[in-house]
Design a protein around this ligand. Structure first.
Ligand code: UDP
Ligand code: MG
Length: 319
């Protein structure tokens, strides 16, 4: 009998939990018929509402429901990592609690992994129905940029919703970095991934935890984690400006020798100084972004801290 662990990160999801529980119970029954035992690991990412209380209630009623609560909000990436370190199933799944990831796909995913050709069955949405236009525009631009500046394949519209084999999860856990950008890590570990597609489903209960600003910061994390192209770009830009400056110097010397120096060009000079200062600060900022990430990495702080759990297997961080 296959043992499947499904990791579900939750942050202020008291309304969504009950619906999720009902939906996953149906799937669990279907999986039992397929000779699979499903276990759900809820990760409470420092919620401020009754999320943890609801989880505990569910866990008290059903032994297949596990929970793990953080000491504060560490972010979805930390919740995913915590779940992965604790999941001991032969197959490990990852999904959101808001039912935007249809649980009915799980049996199909299990079937695919059982055939043995793939180590991961992932999902992507083929449209962005119901999403603000600006958000879709920037999301598309981000994926396009990532494809160009990074070696790792990051699929447009890919969700975190997926089912993975044991060895795939073990490989993910070997990546111990502090700044985790899972969308990139999934591609980085390799293996064969099968993509299932579905149309976007809108959230029914609760609301999205991702503001535009939070998403922007997340995308910068992604770029810094998976590409060094921005700093290389800064170096090339510097070189370009050196060549330009050198050419201008030659032109000015030549012109002065031939025509004398009739024009004092201070307004243009001020503009040029401002432009160059701006570019320099921008490039310094780029460097700072990488340096600050390196700083966080070398501190080796734990990715999350666990306040309480009913899981027996101690994970990497809270042994
Ligand atoms: N989430 C989390 N920590 C956070 C933000 C979100 O664990 O700091 C969880 C959230 O509870 C949900 C999932 O991550 O289960 C996806 O969040 P959301 O639905 O808000 O994102 P969206 O679907 O709008 O991209
Ligand atoms: Mg959602």
């Amino acid at each position: 009998m296959d043992h499947i662990s499904i990791i579900v990160p939750c942050y202020n999801e008291q309304e969504a939990l009950e619906d999720y529980y009902r939906a996953i119970t149906d799937v669990r029954d279907r999986l039992s018929a397929m000779d699979c035992r499903l276990e759900v690991i809820f990760v409470d990412d420092g919620s401020r509402d009754q999320t943890l209380a609801v989880m505990k209630e569910l866990a008290a009623e059903h032994s297949w429901i596990k929970y793990l609560a953080f000491t504060r909000n560490f972010g979805k990436e930390a919740a995913i990592y915590a779940g992965l370190t604790h999941a001991d199933g032969e197959l490990v799944g990852l999904m959101d609690v808001d039912l935007q990831d249809p649980p009915s796909l799980i049996p199909e995913m299990v079937q695919t992994l059982r055939e043995g050709r793939y180590d991961c069955v992932a999902t992507r949405r083929v449209d962005r129905k119901g999403e603000p236009v600006i958000r879709s525009f920037f999301a598309r631009a981000f994926y396009r940029l990532m494809r160009q500046i990074s070696d790792v394949e990051i699929v447009d519209g890919a969700r975190d919703y997926r089912l993975m084999s044991r060895r795939y999860v073990d490989s993910l856990l070997e990546l111990k970095e502090y700044n985790r950008f899972s969308k990139g890590l999934f591609g980085w570990v390799g293996y064969e991934t099968k993509w299932l597609e579905y149309e976007n489903i809108e959230r029914t209960k609760g609301e999205t935890k991702w503001s535009f600003f939070k998403l922007l910061m997340y995308s910068i994390d992604g770029i810094v984690a998976f590409s060094t192209a921005p700093v290389r770009f800064a170096a090339w830009l510097g070189l370009l400006f050196c060549i330009l400056a050198f050419t201008f110097i030659l032109i000015i010397i030549g012109r002065t020798m031939i025509f004398g120096d009739p024009v004092a060009g201070w307004p243009s000079l001020v503009c040029i100084i401002l432009l160059l200062a701006g570019i320099q600060l921008f490039c310094l900022g780029l460097l700072g972004e990488y340096l600050s990430k390196t700083y966080l990495e070398v501190k080796k702080r734990p990715i999350y801290l666990c306040r309480e759990t009913n899981l027996e297997k101690a994970g990497g961080e809270d042994r």
